[in-house]
Design a protein around this ligand. Structure first.
Ligand code: ZN
Length: 306
């Protein structure tokens, strides 16, 4: 069974010296998207979070094999996009404002661009944009809905020329990838001298994570690296970035996007589902009400320069 998994060294510093933060709390119910029970590892090790003694990065060890992870992402179907659209459009507008503080009139690559909400707002703000997204379904949405240039493949496979981008963004991506340092080094290579990288991830030192520990909503199957502002800037430095600074933007979430996971968690979503369809009256109202809060409450956002 365990050939489906691989143990790994710290994805930031390469050490193999860690303490176990907590073992898996994954149950069969946590596995969706066609992941069968054969992928469960004996001994509760699947989902085990460890902390590197050298650089303090928290990461999942073992993880599913990288080929399997990438294959899952490429086949991943979009959730009902109308549930997330309003929130994502609004949050990504704030992300574009953040980029504008550093670079305008620039070419920009968004890695893991999903359905293209950020790229859509960046194009509107005058950036010349490109996107890369593993999910074929999400990439198709971005092309069809917003007319964006998006490649449905892995960024590292594209081998962009050196010094070709002014800005590269990685919004909520580094927590998903088995080799974040390799991705960041490749980003560094493709940026122009003085080029900007902006990246955000959940913050395992944030208040919600500290209170909820392994019940925190960002402890989940697909999040295999858990950063703090400290470890995120450390991995950027290791990849060669300079002038690294913490920043933030206004995150947005609609009442609908907020409620559905809560109802799912309480196991009452299925019987009530029809009431909460985005096309229902209740769904429409709840989609219009968007709460905003500083992303730094639950996320680390950093910028760095080549
Ligand atoms: Zn380390």
């Amino acid at each position: 069974m365990d050939w489906l998994f691989e143990y790994r060294n710290c994805p930031n510093c390469g050490c193999n010296d860690f303490t176990v933060l907590f073992d898996s709390n994954m149950k069969q119910d946590d596995f969706q998207d066609g992941v069968e029970s054969v992928y469960m590892l004996p001994g509760d090790e699947y989902g085990r979070h460890v902390k590197c003694r050298n650089c303090q990065l928290v990461y999942v060890n073992p993880i599913e094999k990288e080929t399997k992870i990438n294959e899952d992402y490429s086949k991943r179907k979009s959730v009902d996009v109308s549930i997330i659209r309003e929130s994502r459009l609004r949050a990504s507008k704030a992300q574009v404002e953040l980029i504008k503080r550093y670079k305008t009139d620039a070419n920009l690559l968004d890695i893991g661009c999903g359905e293209g909400f950020f790229l859509f707002n960046a194009s509107k703000a005058g950036y010349s944009t490109k996107g890369v997204e593993l999910s074929r379904d999400a990439a198709l949405y971005a092309r069809r809905e917003f007319g964006l240039e998006v490649e449905a493949t892995a960024f590292e496979g594209l081998q962009f020329p050196e010094n070709c981008f002014d800005v590269v963004t990685l919004w909520q991506v580094l927590e998903h990838v088995p080799r974040p340092l390799m991705i960041l080094k490749e980003v560094h290579r493709t940026l122009k001298p003085g080029g900007l990288l902006a990246a955000s991830t959940p913050d395992i030192k944030g208040v919600p994570a500290k209170i909820l520990r392994k019940r925190w909503w960002n402890i989940r199957r697909l999040h295999i690296n858990q950063f703090t502002p400290g470890t995120l800037s450390s991995i950027l430095r290791n990849a060669g970035f300079k002038n690294i600074a913490f920043t933030s933007y206004r995150e947005s979430i609609s009442l609908l996007m907020l409620f559905i996971p809560i109802l799912k968690h309480l196991k009452v979503y299925k019987p009530l589902e029809v009431l909460f369809y985005p096309s229902s009256i209740m769904g429409k109202i709840m989609n219009r009400i968007v709460l905003t809060y500083p992303a730094r409450l639950d996320n680390c956002t950093v910028v760095g320069f080549k």
